[in-house]
Design a protein around this ligand. Structure first.
Ligand code: DQA
Length: 157
């Protein structure tokens, strides 16, 4: 059966460096590993994961808008899992792009942003998110996917 269920996975700036970047904070798992694992899990539930990563705020805004509002309905996604990375603490335009889609999203951070520098405690996303997962390392992405699989598609399985 062709999956018609799509979840958009968005990773912000510097997350392409996972595995090499400050592993004592972000762990040693690479972004490819995380995305591959999520895609495999999602497949079991007949869900496609569309992944985008960029270090450029405007590029993420463009892609979210295209996929969320301009793509034909069957190509659009149902929900978003996002680690906005540094954009978490700075980006009104990325927040606006997400809310413009009208889709539910979960905010994920590998590190516990509340146990670090004070500027990291503020997020432009959390008040609009279905939920926020932080401090659980890359498992946070799996938990977010699990939530959507069990809640979003619950009545359609
Ligand atoms: C991060 C936390 C952010 O403060 C930081 O800028 C990142 C990664 C995390 O996953 O822990 O780049 O989002």
């Amino acid at each position: 059966m062709t999956p018609n269920r799509k979840i958009l996975l968005v990773n912000g700036a510097n997350l392409h460096l996972l595995g090499k970047r400050e592993p004592h904070i972000y762990g040693s798992t690479t972004l490819d590993d995380i995305v591959g694992r999520l895609k495999n899990t999602a497949k079991k539930y007949n869900v496609d994961i569309l992944h985008i990563q960029s270090n450029h705020e405007g590029e993420l805004v463009d892609k979210i808008g295209e996929l969320g509002l301009l793509a034909p309905p069957h190509e659009q996604f149902d929900a978003i899992i996002i680690n906005p990375a540094g954009f978490t603490h700075t980006s009104v335009i990325l927040r606006d792009a997400l809310t413009a889609t009208g889709k539910p999203f979960i905010e994920v951070h590998l590190s516990n942003i509340h146990a670090r520098e004070p500027f990291r405690t503020h997020s432009y996303f959390s008040d609009k998110a279905v939920g926020v997962i932080c401090g659980l390392g890359d498992k946070g992405y799996d938990f977010a996917l699990d939530y959507f699989v069990t809640h979003l598609y619950q009545d359609k399985t």
